[in-house]
Design a protein around this ligand. Sequence first.
Ligand code: GLC
Length: 646
Amino acid sequence: MNQAAIHKTLAGKPGSKPTSGKLGLLFEKRRAANFTLIQDLFFSLYPEARHTASFESLQKILADHFQNRSAELKLQDLKRQGEGNWYQSGAWAGMQLYVDRFCGDLNKLKDKLPYFEALGINFLHLMPITKRPAGPNDGGYAVNSYSEIDPAYGTDQDFISLTAAFREKGICLMLDFVVNHTSDEFPWALEAKAGNPKYQEYYYTFPDRNLPDLFEQSLPEVFPETSPGNFTYCPQMGRWVMTVFNTYQWDLNYTNPAVFLSMLENLLDLSNKGVDVIRFDALAFLWKKIGTNSQNLPEAHRLIALFRLCLQVVAPGVIILAEAIVAPEEIVRYFGQDILKGNECEIAYNAIFMACLWNSVATKKTRLLRQSLGNLPPKPDTCTWINYIRCHDDIGLGFDDSHISALGWDPHTHRRFLLDYFCQRLEWSPAKGAVFMYNPFTGDGRITGSTASLLGLERAIEEKDASKISKAVRKILMLYGIILAAPGIPLIYAGDEIGMLNDYSYMNEADKVMDSRWINRPIHDWRTVSRLSSEKNHASGIYYGLQHLIALRKQQPGLADTRSIRYHDAGNDHLFVFERDGESDNGILILANFDDSPQVVRTSLLGALGYLREGQFQNLIDGKTKKVRSGLLEISPGELLWLRKC
Ligand code: GLC
């Protein structure tokens, strides 16, 4: 039993209606449940001999923030605990968006609630909305404040009222907690620059290059093109500061307990504003150690578990998403292991799923996808995935080399092929993407571009080729139909629902031109939205197709994350075949053809699994029952089937 399970027991009978009478001793009970673990974790990072006073402060922070949490949110915490692992339900359908680019500001976003409702979206990830530097700010991931809303987005009050509106509509809100770094304009950084030694210790600052050079020997580069190296000289301070991401993003020094305590306060403040899911940004980087790559270190895991267990005392209804775009076996560690199993993050990005989907698009083969997912280390059954096709970041090619070699491909050449395929270096490829952060020394590069442009829609429109346009539309729906049937929360990238293409305007903006990820951060096209119901074109095809798939997903109990998944070898490498909840009558068999030609699957496989009876099968997507006339079922290029068990 992990801490979450203990808290559920403390919350009382599942499903019982929470009342304010139940709020009484909650804090004491929750603190008691987590105390030993919190204490052990804290003193393992900050030795007891020197840090008892800090531990006292931690307890006061928890008590104060519980006190400040509104009765409404406290009741919601209780309700969620009664609902079990609410985030594993199949009823969620998510969207990620930049408020400014989507509609302008927080108030206007409130006006867009009907848009989300119509599409079936009930989970929103809003990209950073707090104050940031006026110049380059990494899309808000360089923070000047963890709590003050940037005036460009609205006021604190606007935000509170937005969260209330979300609650009323049953929309789950996810916000970032940029836990690894602040901007170089953050108050602590300004103090450090002004020579205040206390705040210089909030970051990793050094008087000379000795320690930075030692770190550099084993630190990789995140942004090699724009921000080579991991340290930046700050002339004002006369010291070097660690900047693993951009030069203006200063890495926080978590070996200093004051940093942990201040960041804990920031986390709890955010939770008390009515955020439901907190995305721990770049959390793999939280602890640094000379001689290592300073990613995924055991201390980072302990730190995250410490944040989690503290958050659980104050706001157990709030959960954490791990933004760890690392190797799959490392990602699952963010769910917590051993005594911390289920005590770290409840959700993680299924990055390997995303990358393998793109690999299948380019190669038209699905074995790597099937094998990578099949080999994914098991996650605790209280945790879930975010499944996505595109997000605001690049597509990294983080496949396991041994899986690529096992398919008879040379890993280096294969990655090179993928970059060429997606980034306009192959004449015949329909994809129109861009390279992100090519590193000439290692030959590594990542890919960026909108879903539609990467799947050929942009080129097809340029060529005015109707058949290529519909092929791209089919592929978009096929990829989304796959993640909508997978275990976890599907996250649609705003704009994808109407097939938005690459946005090249970033090339004319000085603070963005060096970051090709902006190609896929478009200004939402409301003109196209306004014509969806009256015009029949690629945008309406995608929109209504997605709307239908989302609604269908919500009707299928077999698609909740609590239900099983099995990958099947269809004997045809072009087909991706998996089954959800196959043991029950709710079973669904998903088949997708990644090839440009029709492909076949043996009907005996469908029969053996229970999806063919008397030569007939039923496809949930078009609602039709069809008869097969041979021992082979043909699946057209880009076609997706969700077969119902019969
Ligand atoms: C995360 C964000 C990314 C940002 C980086 C640094 O990876 O997703 O957009 O650049 O963190 O904050």
